[in-house]
Write a protein that binds this ligand. Structure first.
Ligand SMILES: [Zn+2]
Length: 177
């Protein structure tokens, strides 16, 4: 039944139905609303602390990173090619006038006892634990070996391999026991 007469007099409000809710339900509803509100505030605070970065700056940085990666790749490629053709002898650099018969490796004994050699021309790295590098340790060198302090290990060979960045992976593959 409509509560409005033909002259358009104001509606008479119907009585709204009463809500039946227990105290614990009310408490739960209130605490839930508070938790949601707290989350909104926390998210807003976190967002406000993130500094604004201009998208053009990001783009420039990406271009710079890409260019740096390309340069590094070119250098690595050049080193690899140089290592493949290097005789590892003193004076073997293409700018040198005379090439000697002595080895161009400089050697260093690590505290694990492993000896590491580095070619002063092509940067090739050789290690006493790698059987494939044995020949490089036979050549006479004018460079005097440097050395770290000496430590004693229960298992010296294990210590040498563990001391390497790759854990001696290369040696383990090639090694014939
Ligand atoms: Zn070399």
């Amino acid at each position: 039944m409509e509560n409005e007469n033909a002259l358009g007099s104001p509606k008479i409000k119907k009585a709204e139905p009463k809500l039946e809710i227990t105290l614990s339900e009310l408490k739960e509803f209130v605490s839930q609303s508070q938790a949601e509100y707290a989350k909104i505030i926390a998210d807003a605070l976190i967002q406000s602390k993130i500094p604004y970065v201009d998208p053009r700056q990001k783009e420039n940085e990406e271009i710079f990173r890409k260019s740096s990666r390309e340069t590094a790749d070119r250098i690595l490629d050049s080193i690899k090619r140089s290592q493949a053709s290097c005789p590892h002898k003193q004076g073997c650099n293409e700018l040198s006038e005379v090439q000697g018969a002595l080895s161009s490796f400089v050697f260093h004994r690590l505290d694990t006892g492993e000896v590491v050699g580095l070619c002063t021309n092509c940067q090739k790295e050789v290690r006493s634990t790698n059987p494939a590098d044995a020949a490089f340790f036979k050549d006479k060198s004018a460079n005097r070996m440097s050395s770290a302090g000496v430590r004693t290990f229960m298992d010296p060979r294990k210590a040498m391999l563990k001391g390497r960045l790759d854990g001696g992976a290369e040696v383990k593959e090639k090694e014939v026991v």
